[in-house]
Design a protein around this ligand. Sequence first.
Ligand code: NCD
Length: 304
Amino acid sequence: MRHDHLITAKQLSREDIETVLDHAAEIADDPAAYGDRHAGTLLGLLFFEPSTRTKMSFETAMKRLGGDVVDMGSVESSSVKKGESLADTARVIEGYADALVLRHPSQGAAKMVSEFVDVPLLNAGDGAGHHPTQTLLDLYTMRETAGLDGLTVGIMGDLKYGRTVHSLSYALTNFDVQQHFISPKSLQLPRNVRYDLHETGAMVKEHTDLEGILPSLDVLYVTRIQRERFPDENEYRKVAGQYSIGLEALEPAKDDLVVMHPLPRVDEIDPEIDDTHYANYFEQAHNGVPVRMALLDLMLGGEL
Ligand code: NCD
């Protein structure tokens, strides 16, 4: 299927995902071979929310393909401050760039903008909605470490507001993967996501404790409580600090458990895990570059 834009992981078939991951693996093997591939191409960066990894890895990816970026910069220094609408901002920047990457605090923002622009638009996070490019690097990391089919995956933390979780859970339904969701009751999956997952016939279970399910997991994907999305700070305080793991908590786990996290972490994973064989989150972040190179190459070439 040909995609004009990448808005949600729901639009990606297994074949689409494998095309991106295979291409990312080719690029990771010989990145220099792609150094001139998109010389002269400009990627427009529209980030209305903080970002380190996503923005910098998109920028690195575009530059490693021989292109460059034009960056709207911070909201504070842009015309958004003067009251310009998101649609207008995007329509202007599409005139400067060959593709756009958008991160925005409002759920549905990327979908809305995609109706106004003709160049490829990549959703880099829309509020508590979706984050499909993160999902591609998550899947790449899983495939490299644990293999993708026949897996039992635990996804723990803020499942309500965590957009990486929503995108990942949709994408995993394309594979033979059992999904276990671990969270406090107040941060369980949104009803619509749960409904969609059940509709696909995916093997999905929800838990409030990690302990019981941990020994059967091949991958544990830990997420940050999304403090900035809580309408009430008191509600955040009730759940802050819960669902953090240290080395001792991992004792009952399989020896080859892969621990992942989209980062940034706050206190969900004790740094004592960082130097153990469980930790894969820094490699996961590094994989953002070959995966985004692959995605940009395929989308700019009209091959995805
Ligand atoms: C995530 C995001 O922005 O949703 N970060 C990222 O892109 N790696 C996760 C988070 O902020 O918790």
